[in-house]
Design a binder for this molecule. Structure first.
Ligand SMILES: [Zn+2]
Length: 1075
């Protein structure tokens, strides 16, 4: 499955570790309103305070505590000075708009209409209502207005006498007791045979009989061999019926068969043992566990074959998982419907009863009944079509030639157009809705090249006859690697001829990732979700490696470097987890789709490859692994053992010994360097932003420390390796060496502290000649020194001292990293309303990078690294309000609007231009109209980010509502919308309220724990730093559900808020002194 790795690489999206917002409300109230005596530079800070005034000031502690009618009351927050309350927002009288339980519906009523005027009107009314809900609902208002507050019943009758009361109560108690006794005693008590013993059994809660299994993972006594699936979707009623035949093999004697089923109405079940006659059986269901069971009268014996046949019906899902419905508007304006699937990690059970765990591999024969005007696709090529009636056809697909986990099964029914070509013995096709057929060519060419590459690289041919890639109009997961039928979000597969290379890089990355899964994941599959990284870490690693070789013009190196930096940032939190870690519940499984499995997984594979001598051992090892475990399931140790077995050189480290230290303990090491003459001492300890030494003081890694120094230079042959396996170690360098740089090209997953002298020597070296180090090394020094400042190991003066060389810097990676980090600090100051420092930081950034910003072109640009560079520079310039940048963006937008589609904004600059345009009401509306008519999904995505950059609270609320309800903007973009909205101050506060108020709807669309869910929680909380916000977030997660506070996202959010507080305490004096 694809996780958008760039979502948290965007500019100036803040890194969760850094951003701080501490509303010292009373100060804000005094300063923020009614004062205009700040200079121009300070106006930015001022404007945010105005917004704050609008969205925050009016919510005093008591008001705020009533903000969400869906949740219990949060702990009290210190009250503001309420003098200016209610002055900045058009307050509604509580009687004007009663806050109904259906508030979310009220808020968006009518927003589905396409008429823009109507939408605006609704937008206004929604915002008015939300204004009511967000800002003006004081405790007293709410208690009198809200229907949630239970009103006492009218008391018109006189009270009964005491005697009557006592008699009535006694009578009621006796009747109730007898009813309860009869109700709770099982019927068997009164039978001759009595009750069965109940050891090891659990109540199913839904059926009268006890469900014979009580664990999340299924029993191992039965193994499915093959499935015959017949599905009959009805795209008019949005329902489907199914017929599933499962052939099974008995591994251990048992009297029950337990498998998965969710939301299926099973109408008939038959069981057949060996060659015997089928007989009807009763199905027990445990709905909370999404399991069904057949209890048999006679014991099945190991070695027997049996068949279970099930008929069922269900509704097509309205979410993004299981067998779900989707729609789009065709060129004639007609709504077209389709049905598609997304089964990873455990949603196949919503389409057919099955053993829905990755280790239960089987073969599949799929038949799909469809209308003549539709087409159907599945994992295998179509074998035949049968006419069932004049209006119904049945497509039968070839029986799978491979054993496959259930999460990889897929089918799609609808209208699609395709382009195809043959690669080796495989027919590669790219499908889209018919009107987007022109956007599929790049994907087809790229997929064809990648398929050849992987066939060659893994020395195992792709095993199926066909490979389809299909763009689904509604698709949450970015992309999914279903064997033979890869599904994609449209923006991740479709690009036009004029699309920029950065946009093509995105598409190529997703295809490379999903294709790599055909080997890593589909061919060899992790046994359980604990080792999800074997799928996702590998596919992420291969997406970079394959494209670096195959399409070097896409410049994947820079992107991979940034992925490693962000992986380190995330892994520095105490709430992180080991790469391979035990998971059980569905939330825990969902949470495995995170930065650690994807980014850290890919990063440690790079480190391993870089530390092996030669460039073939790694590849040989993974080929051996794929061949040895072909068609099987594995765990992390299987991979390390395969790589250890092919060691070809005596210099090779013991892979298993080294890599176990990186996969079975959480976090990563900080390596500190101290030098005396020619002797260099290296020490390792855990790098952890929240120190928890009691638990993790014993962490120890086998670190392949690489280093270069000025005595040799930058060439790869100058690189030396030192294996640091213990707490400390020493190495020798010539005494004349001036500087030493560890972690050559940042291929290792660790951070280095060089000590005061070491840092000074490196800063000097860069000041004299910035090309003394490679650009990856320069970028990694910048990343590391900011990370160390978070840890309190270096002063901000040292950070600035290193950055001094940057006026000469020309490469994208170091500049992007420095801008990202400086933007974080700017945003922190901005959100703390530190006007003076905010202005000084802005001046500092514009002084350091102003010349580079001015030198950027706004024309079409061919080089990806130049596109990356100018995007970072120009977005920062425009965000900081640099006049030249804003004027350029405004005039470009004007030209774009007036050209009537003939003038194209370069793809890499669209977001910059749209974000500037969205600041004016008129242009925001124009952008919204253009969004309706835009055909390219990449362009639509940029427009959403533009629209979401507005500082207008009403528009922000409107956007969130239409997106959550999938009107106008598809709900799949909600995480992106949240992230963009939260970049501005008011937006962040509105978004957090919105999440609380709409929690149920959000978690229905984005399952708790899933990466979209993680992304939303992260986006709305990572900028908080006040104690009151900490309490609020903590209270909210403990109130929403029993396990809420156990969610990793919740722990991460709370830890981040604490870190934000600490960062400011540590660095504010230093910033005041040195900036
Ligand atoms: Zn994946």
């Amino acid at each position: 499955m694809w996780k958008d790795l760039t979502l948290d690489l965007t500019f100036p999206a803040l890194d969760p570790d850094d951003a701080v917002y501490e509303p010292r409300s009373s100060r804000l109230l005094v300063r923020g309103l009614g004062e205009n005596d700040v200079d121009d530079d300070e106006e930015d800070c001022e404007s945010s305070a105005r917004l704050l005034g609008m969205s925050f000031m009016n919510r005093s502690a008591t008001q705020r505590s009533s903000a969400s009618p869906y949740v219990r009351q949060p702990p009290p927050i210190p009250a503001n000075d309420g003098a200016l309350r209610f002055q900045t927002f058009p307050a509604l009288d509580p009687d004007d708009a009663v806050y109904e339980p259906r508030s979310s519906r009220l808020l968006v009523r009518g927003l589905g209409e396409n008429d823009v005027d109507d939408e605006e009107e609704d937008c206004e009314s929604s915002a008015r209502l939300l204004g009511m809900s967000f800002m003006n609902r004081s405790a007293t208002q709410r208690s009198s207005a809200s229907p949630y507050v239970r009103q006492p019943p009218p008391r018109s009758c006189s009270p009964p006498s005491a005697r009557t009361m006592i008699v009535c109560v006694l009578f009621l108690v006796i009747v109730a007791s007898m009813t309860m006794v009869l109700y709770f005693l099982p019927g068997c008590i009164f039978s001759k045979t009595g009750c069965p013993k109940q050891e090891n059994k659990t109540s199913n809660g839904t059926d009268d009989e006890l469900f014979p299994w009580a664990q999340y993972q299924l029993p191992r006594s039965i193994r499915p061999l093959s499935y015959d699936l017949t599905l009959s979707p009805n795209l008019s009623t949005m329902t489907f019926s199914g017929h599933t035949v499962i052939n099974m093999f008995v591994l251990h004697n048992t009297k029950r068969i337990v498998l998965h089923s969710a939301h299926l109405n099973i109408t008939k079940a038959a069981f057949k043992l060996g060659d015997g006659e089928p007989s009807d059986v009763t199905i027990l269901e445990n709905k909370p566990m999404e399991q069904i069971a057949v209890k048999l009268s006679a014991e099945l014996k190991a070695g027997q074959h049996c068949v279970l046949t099930l008929d069922y019906s269900a509704s097509l899902s309205h979410t993004y998982n299981g067998f779900y419905n989707s729609s789009y508007i065709d060129l004639e304006g007609n709504k077209r419907v389709l049905a598609a699937t997304q089964f990873e990690p455990f949603y196949a059970r919503k389409a057919f009863p099955c053993f829905d765990e990755p280790s239960f591999k089987a073969t599949f024969l799929v038949k799909i009944n469809r209308k003549p005007e539709h087409m159907a696709l599945s994992n295998m090529p179509k074998a035949k079509t049968t006419h069932l009636s004049s209006d119904l056809l049945q497509d039968e697909f070839a029986k799978a030639s491979v054993n496959m986990s259930t999460y990889l099964v897929a089918f799609v029914i609808g209208n699609f157009a395709a382009v195809s070509k043959n690669v080796s013995d495989t027919l590669v096709s790219v499908y889209s809705v018919p009107q987007k057929k022109d956007h599929t060519k790049y994907a087809l060419d790229t997929a064809a090249k990648l398929l050849e590459f992987y066939n060659d690289f893994f020395e195992i041919d792709y095993p199926l006859q066909k490979l389809d890639l299909i763009a689904i109009p509604d698709f949450l997961a970015g992309a999914m690697e279903n064997w033979g039928l890869l599904t994609f979000r449209e923006s991740n597969l479709l690009v036009g001829e004029h699309s920029s290379l950065v946009e093509k890089q995105d598409v190529a990355s997703v295809i490379a990732h999903e294709l790599a899964h055909q080997w890593f994941g589909n061919y060899v599959t992790m046994s359980w979700w604990s080792d999800l990284w074997l799928n996702e870490g590998f596919a992420t690693y291969m997406q970079f490696i394959s494209l670096q070789i195959l399409l070097p013009q896409l410049d994947m190196g820079n992107l991979f470097l940034e992925v490693r930096f962000r992986a380190l940032d995330q892994d520095a939190l105490n709430s992180t987890h080991a790469v391979s870690t035990g998971v059980n519940t569905s939330e825990q499984v969902q949470e495995m789709f995170d930065s650690v499995s994807y980014k850290k997984g890919a990063s440690i594979l790079l480190m391993l490859n870089a530390s092996l001598p030669g460039d073939q051992q790694f590849r040989k090892g993974i080929i051996q692994y794929l061949k040895q475990f072909s068609g099987l399931n594995t765990d992390t140790d299987d991979l390390w053992n395969s790589l250890t077995e092919v060691e070809v050189s005596s210099q090779s480290p013991n892979v298993s010994e080294m890599m176990r230290s990186w996969t079975f303990q959480k976090g990563f090491p900080l390596v500190t360097v101290s030098r005396k003459g020619d002797e260099v001492t290296l020490k390792q300890e855990i790098f952890q932003l929240t120190v928890d030494s009691s638990t993790y003081s014993s962490s120890l890694w086998t670190i392949p420390v690489t280093y270069v120094n000025d005595s040799c230079g930058l060439a790869p042959e100058c690189r030396q390796v030192f294996m640091l396996k213990t707490k400390s170690g020493t190495l020798k360098v010539p005494e004349t060496v001036k500087w030493l740089k560890l972690n050559y090209r940042s291929t290792g997953f660790y951070i280095v502290d060089y000590g005061n002298e070491g840092w000074a020597a490196l800063a000097d070296a860069l000041s004299n000649d910035f090309q003394a180090l490679t650009q990856e090394d320069r970028a990694s020094l910048i990343h590391d020194i900011f990370a160390l400042s978070k840890l309190g190991r270096v002063s901000f003066r040292q950070v600035l001292s290193l950055l001094n060389y940057m006026t000469n810097e020309t490469e994208a990676s170091p500049i992007r990293e420095a801008l990202l980090q400086l933007n974080h600090i700017y945003q922190m100051l901005h959100k703390r309303y530190e006007q003076g420092l905010c202005a000084r930081m802005k001046r500092y950034i514009l002084n350091q990078y102003g010349a580079l910003m001015d030198n950027q072109t706004w024309d079409m640009e061919e080089s990806v690294s130049k596109q990356y560079l100018r995007f970072a520079l120009l977005e920062t310039a425009c965000d900081l309000g640099q006049d030249k940048c804003k004027q350029h963006a405004e005039s470009m937008f004007k030209q774009y609007v007036e050209s009537n589609g003939t003038f194209q904004i370069p793809g890499d600059l669209q977001r910059v231009v749209f974000r500037v345009a969205a600041q004016s009401t008129e242009d925001w509306e124009t952008l919204l109209t253009m969004y309706h008519y835009a055909t390219y999904d990449t362009e639509k995505k940029n427009m959403i980010q533009g629209l979401a950059s507005t500082q207008d609270a009403q528009k922000i609320v409107w956007l969130l509502n239409v997106c959550l309800n999938g009107k106008i903007i598809k709900a799949q973009y909600l995480p992106l919308l949240f992230r963009t909205i939260c970049q501005n101050f008011a937006g962040n506060l509105i978004a957090w309220d919105f999440v609380q108020v709409n929690w149920n709807q959000i978690t229905q669309t984005f399952p708790i724990g899933s990466f979209s869910f993680q992304s939303i929680i992260n986006a709305v909380t990572f900028q908080f730093s006040a104690e009151s916000h900490f309490n609020q977030v903590q209270w909210f997660f403990s109130s929403v559900r029993e396990s809420g506070s156990q969610l990793r996202s919740a722990r991460e959010a709370l830890e981040t808020i604490r870190l934000n507080q600490r960062w400011m305490e540590r660095n504010l004096p230093s910033l005041r002194k040195w900036l």
